[in-house]
Write a protein that binds this ligand. Sequence first.
Ligand SMILES: [Zn+2]
Length: 220
Amino acid sequence: MRFFSSSVARCATALLLTCGSLLPAARAQAPKTYTSSEILLGLKKLNVLGSVMYMAAHPDDENTRLIAYMANGRLLETGYLSCTRGDGGQNLIGPELREGLGVIRTQELLAARRIDGGRQFFTRANDFGFSKTAEETFTIWDKEQVLADMVWVIRQRRPDVLITRFPPDARAGHGHHTASAILAAEAFDAAGTRNGSPSSSSTCRCGSPSACSGTPAPFS
Ligand SMILES: [Zn+2]
């Protein structure tokens, strides 16, 4: 009995020491707490079923006022899909370039969505730097793969409306921008067809949004 008691005591001591060593990590991962206004907003959003997906090419292409308005003003489920992670941008405040810069800009977008209430999505398109035309962009992007990624996001989130940040022509000013609008329009149609992007049709339901629109003028 004494042996049993001492064994139990040793186990308890070891458990306490183990738990004690884990406590700092546990505190570091404490669940997010919500303010009363955030809880009220969440409750209001339960009564709104609409959703919108905004599509462009790079981190910082998005109009955060539009996302904030859709997510918090109109109470819609709001997503932003950036085709790239911004690897090809310039960095004036640090040494990170290419993949390192893409990691930073990915985190910047995720942080922005935590503020404006949107959800963030990406495709596998590579930001290889400035491109004059969509035709040039599609010589480097694997168009079918990027299209498949966009279709997958549409089928997963099933937005009611797609909004493209740029027009599908030279007015977009950058080949990636033009390509993002061209692909968004193609993804809009392909998401609703069984043979559109077969790689995702087996894992999520087909269905196109109800409408596809450019960014409303007041927000451009
Ligand atoms: Zn851009």
